[in-house]
Design a protein around this ligand. Structure first.
Ligand SMILES: NC(=O)c1ccc[n+]([C@@H]2O[C@H](COP(=O)([O-])OP(=O)(O)OC[C@H]3O[C@@H](n4cnc5c(N)ncnc54)[C@H](OP(=O)(O)O)[C@@H]3O)[C@@H](O)[C@H]2O)c1
Length: 287
């Protein structure tokens, strides 16, 4: 029997993941705070639940893909009436290290088998089922959750939880410290080019094809030059993740300068009214 999946949160990432769960032939219930965003998944074959509790009732695997840890805890508390001990909970939201502890406690209260499972990849890989799933959790959860990870991802990196828990969330913060610095760097370089009267294409030509080039630079630079802020990864989520990275580093007595500065830049992007736009809109935070 295929595992039955409940997916809570059908935003940019959750919607793409839901479609790939369906494509893999797994029965799927979805719930989203804003019901209209979940409705198209009903037409694609999912059962659209009216409440989180209805979504999770009798599901084998519960997937959360919400904005932050506060949302995860609030929504899972709303789901409490439908949860049952032994269910597997794949927590895919980027929640950082400290807030993960609250999620561990919530899982323990309900007897859930928690898999810390943040993902690497943005809107397009989510829609294509090409995410990288970083996973840490009890071995007895794997048989149920692996078909779900196989549906949404190109690979799963199972990590040993040998340094106090949150192994996958810790790796996710390291990856995102790189992503946030890169994207802030692209935004700044193009803003500097404009300010100095340098053709942005001259900058791209200067680094193109060499060791300083990378696909991510080309994609984000193209978006900035076209002023196309269609979100793959919102500036608001980038600001949120920068805060999680800085908090985790402080807890570990690691001084980070770039992540803190990138966080300021993404927060300014949000204050300028571009929170729901792509993180590439940090280009606008130079004016
Ligand atoms: N986009 C990426 O490239 C990417 C990649 C990897 C990981 N992530 C992480 O994955 C998570 C989701 O990202 P996303 O890009 O899909 O974000 P998103 O499009 O903003 O979706 C956020 C989801 O959280 C829900 N939500 C927000 N506030 C809520 C609340 N108070 N109560 C209940 N639900 C609430 C939203 O519901 P509504 O529709 O009602 O607002 C939506 O379903 C984030 O933690 C993000 O950092 C994102």
């Amino acid at each position: 029997m295929p595992v039955t999946v409940a997916l809570l949160g059908t935003g940019i990432m959750g919607a793409g993941m839901a479609r790939n769960v369906l494509a893999a032939g797994l029965p799927l219930r979805v719930w989203n705070r804003t019901a209209e965003k979940a409705a198209p998944l009903g037409a694609a074959g999912a059962t659209v639940a009216a409440t989180p509790a209805d979504a999770v009732r009798d599901a084998d695997v519960v997937v959360t893909m919400l904005g932050d840890a506060g949302h995860v805890v609030a929504v899972m508390e709303q789901a409490a009436g439908g949860l049952s001990p032994g269910q597997v909970w794949a927590q895919c939201t980027t929640v950082g290290v400290g807030p993960h502890a609250e999620i561990v406690a919530l899982a323990a209260r309900h007897g859930l088998l928690l898999v810390d499972a943040p993902v690497v990849g943005t809107r397009a890989p989510a829609e294509q089922g090409r995410l990288l799933v970083l996973a840490a959790g009890p071995p007895q959860a794997r048989a149920a959750v692996q078909p779900v990870f196989d549906a949404v991802g190109r690979a799963t990196n199972w990590l040993a939880d040998d340094a106090g828990g949150a192994a996958a969330s810790r790796l996710k913060l390291v990856v995102n410290s790189w992503v946030l610095a890169l994207t802030a760097g692209v935004g700044e370089a193009l803003a500097l080019a404009d300010g100095l009267g340098v053709d942005p294409q001259a900058f791209l030509d200067a680094v193109g094809g060499g060791p300083l080039d990378l696909p991510y630079l080309q994609v984000k630079a193209a978006a900035i030059r076209e002023r196309d802020w269609t979100p793959s990864f919102s500036a608001a989520n980038a600001a949120k993740d920068a805060g999680l990275i800085v908090a985790a580093a402080e807890e570990a007595n690691v001084r980070l300068d770039v992540a803190a500065a990138a966080g300021q830049r993404y927060r300014r992007t949000v204050e300028l009214g571009h929170g729901e736009d792509d993180m590439a809109a940090n280009y606008l935070a130079s004016t």
